[in-house]
Design a protein around this ligand. Structure first.
Ligand code: ADP
Ligand code: MG
Length: 253
């Protein structure tokens, strides 16, 4: 299901901070329909790279194209409009809103027409559809039974899954997850694997930054390995984890 072919293309992308070459000439391609793993030791530039892709940071150099079209640079808002959604390492939820409301206000429609209606609590056809869509996303992340629970009252793992549902509410072509398993207890890591699989079955392409190699092994179709801002290996998870350069980079971590 979903499209195939090239979705995202990066050509010689750089992001320097003063003398720190956080991302230093990355060229990579993300295929539509893939879960594309981005791994590498601490400080290797993974977050900086997805910060550039998602528009949080402007690149110092290089080209970024989504479906052949140049991506806006340095604007989260405009990149989001062009079809890329992301989660953050720090949670960005509305603590006092319910799970359902958190997903509803994250959707594209909410930003344009229906947000005033949602805020006024007016029940109309549009709001009902938005509710149904949001409920489907809560179900996908395993939170259907917590639709009315305030975000602040959810356990930590559930809050992280709610953040994924909010990103999906934007109906992205590309979803970026930056260490979604960080801080999760083992049962939730297993839940996360199932959620990523379901997202993939919906045909949504994902870039997954992940430290847990077993998660990468289970869900990624392809992996790019960064070290010191540069790509040191790419390929199938099984191939890259046996690559001597990759083993060496992780030993120094
Ligand atoms: P990773 O996500 O792989 O752990 P990061 O992309 O967070 O790595 O960091 C890569 C390098 O860039 C690190 O040396 C980090 O200290 C540096 N860096 C990241 N963001 C900034 C910033 N906003 N200002 C200065 N240096 C930064
Ligand atoms: Mg990081």
């Amino acid at each position: 299901k979903g499209s195939t072919g090239l979705l995202l293309e990066l050509v010689d992308v750089k992001r320097h901070f003063g003398g720190i070459k956080a991302v230093d000439g990355v060229s990579m391609q993300v295929q539509a329909g893939h879960v594309h793993g981005l791994i590498g030791p601490n400080g290797s530039g993974k977050s900086t790279l997805v910060n550039v892709i998602s528009g949080l940071y402007a690149p110092s150099a290089g080209q970024l194209r989504l479906q052949g079209k140049e991506l806006p640079k340095g604007s989260l808002f405009r990149v989001s409009k062009s079809g890329i959604a992301r989660t953050f390492q720090n949670l960005q939820l509305f603590a006092e809103l319910s799970s359902l409301e958190n997903v509803m206000v994250a959707s594209e429609g909410a930003y344009t027409k229906s947000l005033p209606l949602v805020l006024l609590g007016l029940a109309n056809a549009e709001e009902k559809q938005a509710q149904a869509d949001a409920l489907a996303l809560l179900d996908l992340v395993g939170l259907a039974d917590d639709a009315r629970t305030k975000a602040k009252d959810l356990p930590y793992g559930a809050q992280r899954f709610l953040e994924i549902a909010r990103a999906l509410a934007r109906k992205p072509k590309l979803l970026i997850l930056d260490e979604p398993a960080a801080g999760l207890a083992h049962p939730d890591v297993l839940n996360l694997v199932q959620i990523i699989r379901k997202i993939n079955e919906q045909g949504i392409t994902t870039i997954l930054i992940e430290h847990h190699m077993h998660v990468v092994n289970e869900v990624c179709n392809f992996v790019t390995v960064l070290d010191e801002g540069k790509i040191i290996a790419q390929g199938l998870p099984d191939e890259v984890k046996r690559n001597p350069r990759v083993i060496e980079a992780y030993l120094g971590d």
